[in-house]
Design a protein around this ligand. Structure first.
Ligand code: SF4
Ligand code: SF4
Length: 202
């Protein structure tokens, strides 16, 4: 996994991609108190209760796994993102991967304070949780209250989701509907609110 270290990427550990990482039964004895373990608190894709630990992982330090050489949950060694596969098959060079990771970090770090200012996701929330909470707040806005700023924020969020889905995990495409929503919002923000039009007979 030297690409991860070469690129300074920790998106699969630091909450950028996920809010939780799944655990297997055999992981449980090695966890001690090192992970925030949530047992049967979540459902897997097939609807079964699933043990997981929260992200950002508390053992991710300065964009690196601080226990890389130690026994870790199985998912930590097994996980491979699309970027890792594309690099392994020669489709993406290390330089290209590094540039991509830097661009995603730049967008994420620019977005984070804006998301924090409107999200209702609690302390220690992952970037994914902040994103989903902020989107749900933005969705409550009607077209009349929509500002250009909030429409632009939706557009940035959509861009981020598309970047992550395209380059790291295709399953995240379920959030790319945000792009349509953002474009719709841009259109709404550009139009004068309906109540400003003169009413009949006035
Ligand atoms: S998201 Fe991919 S490149 Fe980044 S740390 Fe995880 S496996 Fe490595
Ligand atoms: S233990 Fe290491 S690899 Fe596993 S989630 Fe935490 S930082 Fe990532």
């Amino acid at each position: 996994m030297s690409l991860c270290i070469d690129c300074g990427c920790a998106f699969c550990c630091d909450g950028t991609l996920y809010s939780h990482a799944p655990l297997k039964e055999e992981d449980l004895p090695i966890l001690a108190n090192r992970f925030d373990v949530l047992l049967a608190d979540r459902k897997s894709v097939d609807g079964k209760p699933e043990a997981s630990f929260k992200q950002p992982c508390r053992l991710c330090v300065n964009d690196r796994c601080s226990v890389h050489e130690e026994k870790r949950p199985a998912i930590c060694g097994d996980y491979r993102c699309k970027l890792l596969d594309s690099h392994g098959s020669g489709k993406v060079t290390t330089e290209e991967a590094r540039t991509l990771v830097e661009n995603v970090k730049e967008l994420r770090d620019r977005l984070r304070p804006k998301l924090e200012s409107i999200a209702d996701a609690g302390c220690g929330a992952s970037f994914l949780e902040l994103t989903l909470s902020a989107v749900s707040q933005l969705e409550k806005e009607g077209a009349a209250e929509r500002t250009t700023q909030s429409a632009e924020l939706l557009l940035d969020i959509a861009m981020m989701r598309i970047l992550l889905a395209k380059n790291f995990d295709s399953r995240l495409t379920k959030h790319t509907w945000l792009a349509d929503k953002a474009l719709q919002a841009m259109g709404d923000a550009a139009e004068p609110p309906a109540h400003s039009a003169p009413g009949p007979g006035k």
